[in-house]
Design a protein around this ligand. Structure first.
Ligand code: GLY
Length: 300
């Protein structure tokens, strides 16, 4: 390593509100990312998120939650690096790795594609159709319907009746009137001092059809710039109102120590709102959450 070179690192998370028993999948993902580090920070962060999407235990890719109709899977993903690469997809269906579609979008004239257009673009980019409703997703869907039929709010702060009141699925609701809202993410620093963030989610449950959270929204779910990269997890409706990823990036850019910036980001939210943050800058890296959050960090 020459004097100018930095120590490469990949930090990943498997979603705030997850289980630390799933840290092993994050370790695997961080190692996958590190194995791509010779192609730069963006390739490393993207590869790490592909591994998390393929794991099946996290709410992304093959592990994505089912929408309230018990069949539709809508996913969001994004990538960004410190050289201006930026791509995202929202409400995409029938792909195995939304983060790879987001990476392909970053090579087009646009930064964000949504819905049918995003899926059609995936086919043009050579990404084949894929649909997988996991056993875990089906189990969680059944639990969710039971919760929605009960008195306790399935989504903190939202009356269960709101979902039947604003119902926008083709078939009628299967409940009389919370589950996961997690995300996966990775941030990376390469030896040349480039930074990247990548993230992916199966979205929030419960939610209306077409709902988009923070994950594909620049500055909310992710941010990367010349001074670092940040990826966040939690309930999108709360995160977007605080532009959480850019807020933490800005604090780091102004010289706030990593631990302090991560703590300050978490402190923006009441305890009952799940939130987690991973970040990297030239000197430091870290992860914080207010709930259990599977995570791992691998450096060269
Ligand atoms: N953070 C994932 C979501 O709200 O969609």
């Amino acid at each position: 390593m020459t004097q100018q070179e930095l120590k490469p690192v990949v930090v990943v998370h498997g979603g705030a509100g997850g289980s630390r028993a799933d840290d092993d999948g994050c370790v695997h993902a961080a190692r996958r990312g590190m194995s791509e580090m010779n192609r730069g920070a963006l390739a490393a962060a993207t590869a790490a998120v592909v591994a998390l999407e393929d794991d099946g235990r996290y709410n992304a890719g093959s592990g994505s939650v089912l929408c309230l109709d018990g069949a539709t899977i809508e996913m969001d993903a994004a990538v960004m690096d410190s050289n201006g690469k930026l791509g995202a997809v929202a409400c995409i269906q029938r792909v195995r790795n939304p983060v790879l579609v987001a990476r392909a979008v970053a090579d087009t004239p646009h930064w964000l594609l949504a819905g049918d257009g995003a899926e059609r673009f995936a086919r043009i980019a050579g990404i084949p159709p894929y649909y997988h409703a996991s056993e875990r997703a089906r189990r969680k869907h059944d639990e969710l319907l039971r919760k929605l039929a009960g008195a306790q709010a399935a989504l903190p702060g939202v009356a269960n009746a709101a979902f039947s009141h604003y119902w926008n699925y083709a078939a009628p609701p299967q409940f009389a009137t919370e589950d996961g809202c997690d995300t996966v993410g990775a941030v990376a620093r390469d030896g040349a001092g480039n930074f990247a963030a990548a993230c992916s989610t199966g979205g929030s449950a419960p939610s209306l059809l077409g709902r988009v959270g923070d994950t594909p929204i620049i500055g909310s779910g992710f941010y990367a710039g010349k001074l670092g990269a940040v990826a966040v997890t939690g309930i999108g409706e709360h995160i977007v109102r605080r532009l959480l990823a850019h807020t933490v990036y800005q604090w780091l850019a102004e010289g706030m120590p990593m631990e302090e910036a991560l703590e300050a980001g978490i402190a923006l939210f009441p305890r009952e709102i799940d939130v987690g943050i991973i970040a990297v800058n030239r000197k430091e890296s870290g992860a914080r959450s207010n709930k259990d959050m599977p995570r791992a960090e691998v450096s060269a």
